[in-house]
Ligand binder design. Structure first.
Ligand code: FES
Length: 567
């Protein structure tokens, strides 16, 4: 146990200089008494609450539960805001601002008299941004996510936010449902506070926080409005005080083994393809050399066993009742690094070995998986020399080996504006979008689930191969090749694709190739017209100057590495 005189906050509040008195006096102005300065750990509550981030709009209530726990354990809680990233509202894309939020989190922690921090997040990017910032700040940190919304229901049919909304939108475009039914869906697809209800990016990243050991075991899947989420928050408030005393920092938890556990868990739950980019970035902050080959190796070794949308059939609420992530990790234990440390001070194996799986139809055994391999596969080939990703468990099996003619678009807006025209397409067409990567988008938008041409939808075609350098919402589904790297905006081979070219996809063989002669590809790339940058000033320019490519995690070059901020 640490001597309280070694706490960071001690250097702010204890001393005989004017500033020590002033800091105490100004904290007293908030109504705090001597108890705030008697050697207790000061616990920051890093809150991404915002009414502009719908999924995180209940986090102030969650913060109150955290504070109860901190006070009860003998700490002093101080809540602070950072910028927040709301997936539904922010333009051009929240991904443009993930690194900015991570910097806000890191600097807010590092610049203040905080001995430990509780991270409150929920919507997609808020979770990796906080983990990246906390890894860099490297003071004791524990995460509490906001939890998934309650399941939607429409005419007896379960509705998962994102996934079913997109499916029904295709039905609307094909004329299978009308405007009146579409309006009904709007009223019942988002039933409560919390993040999206499927294994989209928010649920995946909450699961990654738990699998990394940065959240108390069992926390990821508790519904947002369930009393047990507030109990989790209170328990996390208690625990962070002990973590400060034990000096249990992220660098002791975010090890190579922890990241391998997270990747393996991601594969078993059919997690969002965005987890690839975010885990690479978090690992970069922790000084762990994770790369795309680690993902593919682990994917080949790890069965997909959690039957949750969009790869499977169920919603996060059902997953919680089935036992949640600890049950998946118990099933995976033979493949995990069971000795990896968690925020509880116990190992992964100690946390999950005694849990009971309550629904075997939802959480399968390794012997009877839903798919022999993990959810995400990594592809290489002359179209993606540095890699691309595909969520193979949410793709159409008939398209996993496919060769077809490209219909290529340079701009997303052009594609959107003509997708319902009488295009020259059939079920073998490969739809291609360029200029949608980190620099091209800009910001690496979630355009990768390209809309199926209306002509095909009306003919009953529900999936075609789509290829882009964009990301895709974790709630989406289909045979979508994503994150093609290097992206077209920096001269990646995707920029050379023309309508009519043949593209060959071979997911079992892990290939994506453009069937055009290498010399011709080189000639087309050399003739590519220069494109003006999207930003010439401000944060946008910093992003364009510093962001890395998809296969590197899209962090800023100057933020990676484990150089710690002086305490
Ligand atoms: Fe926030 Fe889906 S929109 S998690």
């Amino acid at each position: 146990m640490r001597d309280p005189s070694t706490f960071r906050s001690n250097r702010w509040f204890h001393g005989d200089q004017y500033e020590h008195l002033a800091r105490r006096a100004w904290l007293r102005s908030e109504g705090f008494t001597d108890a705030a300065f008697d050697g207790r750990p000061v616990i920051g509550i890093c809150n991404s609450w915002s009414e502009l981030t719908n999924c995180n709009a209940h986090l102030r209530q969650v913060a109150e539960a955290v504070k109860r726990g901190v006070w009860a354990a003998g700490g002093v809680p101080l809540e602070f805001p950072t910028i927040s990233l709301g997936e539904m509202f922010m333009k051009p894309t929240t991904m443009l601002f993930r690194n900015l939020m991570s910097m806000d989190v890191e600097e807010s922690i590092s610049a203040n008299p905080i001995d430990g921090v509780v991270l409150l997040c929920g919507c997609d990017k808020t979770t990796p941004a906080q983990l990246m910032g906390a890894a860099s700040a490297n003071i004791p940190a524990i995460m509490v996510t906001g939890g998934p919304m309650l399941s939607g229901r429409w005419h007896g049919r379960p509705l998962g936010s994102g996934t079913d909304g997109r499916k029904l939108f295709e039905d609307l475009r094909a004329g299978r449902i009308g405007e009146e039914q579409w309006a009904e869906v709007e009223g019942c697809i988002s039933r409560s506070a919390g993040h999206c209800t499927v294994m989209g990016t928010a649920s995946t990243m909450a699961s990654m926080a738990e699998a990394l050991g940065m959240m108390l075991s069992g926390g990821a899947a508790i519904p947002a409005v369930d009393a047990r989420r507030y109990q989790l928050a209170e328990a996390s408030g208690r625990r962070i005080v002990d973590m400060v005393c034990e000096d249990l920092t992220p660098s002791r938890i975010l090890t190579r083994e922890a990241f391998e556990n997270a990747v393996r868990t991601d594969m078993a739950i059919g997690g969002s393809t965005n987890a690839v980019v975010h885990l690479l970035a978090i690992a970069g902050r922790a000084g762990v050399g994770l790369n795309l080959d680690d993902f593919d190796r682990i994917s080949r070794e790890t069965p997909y066993i959690a039957d949750i949308k969009p790869s499977g059939r169920h919603l996060m609420e059902d997953f919680y009742y089935a036992g949640g992530l600890p049950c998946v990790m118990k099933e995976l234990l033979p493949l995990l690094h069971g000795g990896a440390l968690t925020v509880s001070g116990r190992t992964i194996e100690q946390e999950v070995s005694s849990v009971r799986i309550r629904d075997r139809t939802l959480i399968r055994s390794l012997d009877a998986p839903l798919n022999a391999e993990g959810g995400t596969a990594i592809l290489y080939g002359n179209l993606a020399p540095n890699g691309a990703v595909i969520k193979q468990t949410a793709a159409s099996p008939r398209l996993l080996r496919h060769r077809g003619r490209a219909l290529a678009f340079d701009r997303y807006e052009t594609l959107r504006s003509c997708i319902d025209d009488d295009l020259d397409v059939d079920e073998n067409t490969v739809l291609v979008l360029k200029n949608a990567g980190p620099l091209g988008g800009p910001g690496f938008p979630e355009w990768g689930h390209l809309p199926i041409p209306g002509k095909l939808l009306k003919a009953g075609v529900d999936d075609i191969v789509r290829v882009s350098d964009a990301r895709m919402s974790g709630t989406s589904f289909g045979t979508d090749v994503l994150h093609v790297s290097p992206e077209s905006a920096v001269g990646g081979p995707l920029a050379a694709v023309r309508t009519g070219d043949e593209i060959e996809l071979d997911v079992p063989g892990r290939r994506i190739d453009l069937r055009v002669e290498a010399n011709e590809i080189r000639r087309r790339l050399a003739d590519r017209p220069a494109q003006p940058p999207h930003y010439r000033r401000g944060y946008g320019k910093l992003f364009l100057d510093q962001v890395t490519q998809a296969h590197e995690g899209c962090d800023f070059r100057f933020l990676a590495g484990e150089e710690r901020v002086p305490a």
